[in-house]
Design a protein around this ligand. Structure first.
Ligand code: PSU
Ligand code: MN
Length: 303
């Protein structure tokens, strides 16, 4: 086992017994939602995974240790401290480990640590991608590179249209990352079920997801797989409302000169602010929905 990794007793027991485990990220807690909804949601997501027969492993960096499986106190701490916790991407882990610091893990670092721990599947809300205007800013999330090089299945609700979804799909194609629509032919756009862009493959059951992942491993590929699961119909947002909020968030980010790792958290917080509780509610519901699909699939990945 990696010298910097701590696996919680519950997660270790499950892994040792070959039982299904689902990884969860912590940037969504510290940077993706306001307190206390973030903590409530993190605990509810863990419960949903348990209810569906798997063990949750929420991932973060605490005191320089890579943690797979957090205590309720640790989740409360990450949620309460919020954006003051470092957002930890691939480039940040060496510094956080050496300095014994704390970090909230993004999709990228959650995949890295999940893989170190032997966890094959991870559920979240949305992934990072190619930002709008990336042709001049070169702002492309490290999440896309990680999907290309780390063998973890990531279950999400697509990506928010704060990103350029067309370019995000092109990038994933170049990198050889399969983009699967769960019960849909179209890439979901997080708050809405449709984006206008097609996925590579539509899959309608956890069995077929597991079969594809096994085939990817059998082929000796090093990368992962992106499963995009649309927000349940009843919690989807009105497209015009969310589009207007995203446009305003993007123009405020530009006016304030927001850039680099601050871009995504700024846009996420702005969209929540502009749409009131509605977007937060649909965000919570879609994460729970992804946790369920991930737990159902995790049970089949051992076979
Ligand atoms: N998109 C969301 N919600 C999130 C994130 C992205 O809809 O919480 C978070 C995830 O942790 C993701 C990270 O991995 O932001 C991407 O940040 P960046 O764009 O800086 O790579
Ligand atoms: Mn970026």
């Amino acid at each position: 086992m990696n010298q910097y990794l701590d696996i919680s007793p519950e997660v270790k027991e499950a892994l040792d017994a070959g039982k299904p485990v689902v990884a969860l990220e912590s940037t969504i807690i510290s940077h993706g939602m306001p307190y206390p909804k973030n903590v409530e949601t993190a605990l509810l997501v863990e419960q949903t995974i348990r209810d569906n027969g798997a063990t949750p492993a929420t991932i973060a960096v605490i005191g320089g240790r890579l943690k797979a499986g957090l205590t309720h106190e640790e989740i409360e701490y990450l949620g309460k401290t919020g954006r003051k916790v470092a957002k930890a991407s691939r480039r940040d882990l060496p510094a956080l480990v050496a300095r014994k610091a704390d970090g909230a893990t993004t999709v990228t670092t959650t995949m890295i640590i999940a893989h170190m721990a032997g966890i094959k599947i991870f559920a979240t809300g949305g992934i990072g991608g190619v930002h709008r205007g990336a042709e001049t800013t070169m702002d492309i999330s490290a999440d896309l590179e990680e999907l290309a090089q780390t063998p973890v299945m990531v279950v999400c609700a697509g990506a928010k249209s704060i990103l350029d979804l067309g370019l995000t799909l092109e990038y994933l194609e170049t990198k050889g990352v399969p983009v699967i629509g769960y019960g849909t032919d179209e890439l979901p756009a997080f708050y809405t079920r449709k984006s206008g862009f097609g996925v590579d493959y539509r899959v309608d059951s956890p069995e077929e997801l597991a079969a594809m992942f096994r085939a990817q491993r059998g082929l000796g590929y090093k990368g992962g797989m992106l499963v995009t699961n649309p927000v349940p119909e009843e919690y989807a947002m009105d497209k015009a409302t969310i589009d207007a909020a995203i446009e305003q968030a993007l123009s405020e980010a530009k006016a304030q000169g927001i850039h680099g790792k601050e871009t995504t958290p700024f846009l996420l917080a702005k969209v929540v602010e502009l749409t009131g509780g509605d977007s937060l509610e649909s965000n919570i519901k879609l994460v729970l929905n992804n946790a369920k699909v991930a737990a159902q699939t995790a049970k089949l990945l051992g076979e």
